[in-house]
Design a protein around this ligand. Sequence first.
Ligand SMILES: [Zn+2]
Length: 194
Amino acid sequence: MYHPEILERLERNVSPEACPALVLNADYTPLSYYPLSLWSWQDAIKAAFLERVDVVAEYEREIRSQSFAMRLPSVVALRQYVKPSANPAFTRFNLFLRDKFTCQYCGSREDLTFDHVVPRAYGGRTTWTNVTTACAPCNLRKGGRTPAEAHMMPRQRPFQPTSHQLQENGRAFPPHYCHETWRDYLYWDVELEA
Ligand SMILES: [Zn+2]
């Protein structure tokens, strides 16, 4: 299974009862595909009131006070374009995402861990270009050896990904919950190809 913190991150805010709003950039592409950029309905309404976002689509559900009623936003778009950082942070999550949650030695998608391709004992550093995704059995089998010593070559040489590459990889992992109004912004090009 994936690491628990990743599952937790997936599930955060992503329940129909929470009425989360999909957050789009000013160009109407999602701020993030994976994890999907979602705000709580409270944050979405606040941002709408502050005129930081335009409401693009709505839930049926309304909130009411004495003075007004408003449908909960299901899709909002930022008014100001946020430029994605060119170099994504070196985090466990982003590393898994770069490697598409796949062991780079055997292709397994279970029990994933990290492997220093050049072991730390040999001076291998904890960087994008030396750490790869490995399942626990492969990690154990490789041990403290180099790929040459272990006769285990990673399928791709570890590299520093761009934000664009991570976003593209993220599209391969659809959210567990997807409100009908989100589909147009998440998968429009995918559906055209189908
Ligand atoms: Zn493996």
